[in-house]
Design a protein around this ligand. Structure first.
Ligand code: SAM
Length: 323
């Protein structure tokens, strides 16, 4: 039910089991897929829950166009509404959408990061494994590219980005080398050029470890170009504003910066407001079998939170009776 050439969904069974746990058979419900990508999670859910509709967001035009064509080929297009938008204002978009009904069960999913299609398309510049322009914009209408950061930012600012978003202990050394390269050789325009600069700036004995020395740098630049952590914070704030009776939110993260934000946000909500319940005390991670068949799933973590006004009401009245 998905196009493996576009993206293989991670933790698919776990999402279907745990996110949809509160949906009764044949119940009319809505999935808000905030990171539609190749639509792998959405299509599987539509196949299983016949009274489900999906509103899918993606800031990448390619994903929206692919989703439209693919849903038509499966004859599912009447149950999917695709929105080409950043998810950072999703609560407002939902509130004016004709399918929005706060009294129905709502499932919200965010599967963060980039799709395999984005990662493997050399011209998008996300990966040092494919040579292409240093771009990394998920939304092609954004102005700032990775090349702008690498070639125009000061050494200090570069080091800050590599340290903050890549957690690279050699951030200072790498940014110094990048700036020297700019002066001595010229601007760094291609993914292969940046990969080579980082590789040679790394201490010799660490150049051939399990992860390539450029991995953290590429992650940091991607996060900066797409303001990914700001978008995640906005997503969580949007969830807080959502006026819904019964709703479950699932977030799949791929690195500790994202996971930390989600974990603390869920804890704070749960601590201060009884209507929020944490479903996953510790995150759900992929099985060995999934990691073997799809190595990109290896760092995935799924956390779930439920919003239930009714449960909060019952809990409050129980407490009153006890006193
Ligand atoms: C990991 S992929 C999702 C894959 C999808 N679940 C599937 O099974 O095919 C992440 C997708 O989310 C999109 N995305 C990432 N951040 C976004 C944001 N802030 N707003 C909207 N879309 C975003 C990316 O463009 C990408 O297509």
């Amino acid at each position: 039910m998905f196009d493996p050439g576009y993206h293989v969904p991670v933790l698919l069974n776990e999402v279907i089991l745990n996110l949809f746990e509160l949906v009764a058979d044949h119940e009319e419900c809505l999935l808000v897929d905030l990171t539609f990508g190749g639509g792998g999670h959405s299509f599987a859910a539509l196949d299983k829950f016949k009274n489900l509709r999906v509103i899918g967001f993606d800031q990448d035009k390619d994903a929206i166009e692919h989703g439209k064509k693919f849903s038509e080929s499966l004859d599912l297009h009447t149950r999917i509404s695709l929105v080409h938008q950043n998810f950072n204002q999703f609560a407002h978009t939902l509130s004016v959408h004709p399918w929005w009904n706060p009294s129905k069960t709502i499932l919200i999913l965010a599967d963060l990061g980039v799709s395999s299609h984005q990662f493997d398309t050399a011209e998008r510049g996300f990966s040092f494994r494919h040579d292409g322009p240093l771009d990394m914009r998920m939304d092609a209408s954004l102005e700032l590219t990775a090349a702008d950061i690498v070639n125009q930012f000061s050494e200090e600012k570069l080091a800050e980005i590599l340290f903050k978003y890549g957690e690279d202990p050699f951030a200072r050394r790498l940014s110094k080398r990048i700036v020297e390269h700019r002066k001595d050789v010229g601007a760094i325009q291609k993914t292969s050029e940046l990969e080579a600069v980082i590789f040679h700036a790394y201490p010799k004995k660490l150049r051939h470890g399990r992860t390539h020395p450029a991995t953290k740098t590429f992650q940091a630049l991607r996060i900066a170009v797409n303001a990914e952590l700001d978008a995640l914070m906005s997503l969580l704030e949007n969830f807080k504003q959502l006026q819904a009776d019964k709703c479950r939110l699932g977030i799949i993260t791929f690195h500790s910066l994202e996971d930390r934000i989600v974990k603390h946000f869920f804890r704070d909500l749960n601590k201060h407001d009884k209507k929020y319940r944490i479903i996953t005390k510790s995150p759900i991670i992929p099985t060995e079998t999934e990691i073997k068949s799809n190595s990109r799933s290896r760092s995935a973590k799924l956390r779930l939170l439920e919003l239930s006004k009714l449960e909060a009401y019952v809990q409050k009245h129980k407490e009153k009776e006890t006193f």
